[in-house]
Design a protein around this ligand. Sequence first.
Ligand SMILES: [Fe+2]
Length: 175
Amino acid sequence: MRAEAESADRPIYISGLAPDSKNRILEWQQSYSMGISLFDEQHKELIRLINDLYAASQKGWSYTRVALMRLMRYVLDYFQMNMIKEERIMERIGYPGYREHKREHVAFLKEVLVEVTYLQTNQMIDIKSFILFLRDWILSHVGICDKKLGLYLVRLKKEGNLNAFMQVDIEVSGN
Ligand SMILES: [Fe+2]
């Protein structure tokens, strides 16, 4: 996303979002649950950080910058703790949607790394596009792709086909 100049500490106007009374643009939905509490908690944290970023953007750039750094730091952990783990699991179980799912992870990380570079080199970020991009990640990746993987794992477990041989070191709840 192209860097753009934002002026000092004025709210950044972002259209197309409908924040709730607590100024949140995203809320965790039970329907997002993968049935894997570790991943669900990571997704909740990501949603919290995106909401924090939005709230900061309504205060101005200096707040936004702090929220961005926090979010980006988390995304790098999220890559290791969530995406890489999901990919290993998909490989082990021979998940049919593996390639497409991984492609989405790579595209997400790539975009975030571009923004990290902007931030590290003190360039302004197109915060509107970035927030919309992050929101879309939750709605379309977490809410659809990850959910699909979760349902697949739960089904394997119910059928007794998620065994130690696959070395899937996560707890699938089956809910
Ligand atoms: Fe994923």
